[in-house]
Design a protein around this ligand. Sequence first.
Ligand code: UDP
Length: 341
Amino acid sequence: MARILITGGAGFIGSHLCDALLKLGHEVICMDNLLTGNSDNIAHLMGHPQFKFINYDVCNYIYIEGDLDAVLHFASPASPKDYLEFPIHTLKVGAFGTHKALGLAKTKAARFLLASTSEVYGDPLVNPQSEEYWGNVNPISPRGVYDEAKRFAEAITMAYHRYHGLDTRIVRIFNTFGPRMRPDDGRAVSNFIVQALRGVPLTVYGDGSQTRSFCYIDDMVSGIIKVLLKEADRTIEQRTNRDSFLYKNEELCTTKSIHDPINLGNPHELPVLDVARMVLELTGSQSRMEYKPLPADDPRVRRPDITKAKELLGWTPQVTMEEALQRTIDYFRKKLSLTGA
Ligand code: UDP
């Protein structure tokens, strides 16, 4: 049994990770300042003997009593709507929050896992995106606050790995959806489902031809846990030797290492308009489409190359888009009828 801290543990992905790790028999400390997370997501865990919630902003010095085996850093606004509303918070949690979480992991000699994002690829000039692609990010666009915060977070994580020999992992999470997304989260799938269920127009940005690849939450959680539990590289000492990491050495620079970023997402790519159509069909809604302006620097395409995750972890997503949408529709139907919204 391990003792694990999850920052952002009351968020969408964070709360599912709390559930999964408790189910595996671990002790979970969930830390969240509830800026975009929600205590409803972890209400069912309150009173669980292996679970503890701490309401705290991880941009400040983090103190945890006792040992820790792992720190999972998931705290951050993650929806474009949220990071446009909280641009400074987003930059701070990606920079200061990641620094504090790394410092804690170092003090406790704990494994560290960073939740990064497909946004590090920006509006990509290659499709699909493999981990070797460096991205095409506009640092001063409104989206830049999230993209650059996560790029900094990756850089400081690799620096702690190389300079301090910390056992770190970085997952680049592509679009993910499922139960516990907020109805007002602002993302495509949640917006379309909520709009369809309310019988109001589905807001398609641009002409809807931009593509995304959507992954169901259960698949994402299983991928993250595989990355977390994978044993450290035998080359970790060599990789963290300060004299040698400065030089390009085939062995040290291999991107096949568990300590280098790993894409997690569903490679099934489709235009956003097709998602809206599928939602209309599965809900039986009579809503129409309403076309709205495309947000600034909205990526034209996005699809993960998951070869590395397949080869290193034996992981591939299992849940089809139809099944994933159906489960999420069921969740929102219940949620909206409960809240009378
Ligand atoms: N989108 C849309 N209608 C909405 C919300 C989003 O057409 O109501 C589009 C958005 O412009 C983007 C895609 O759907 O092209 C996915 O957006 P989301 O916010 O889910 O995530 P992103 O991949 O942009 O981070």
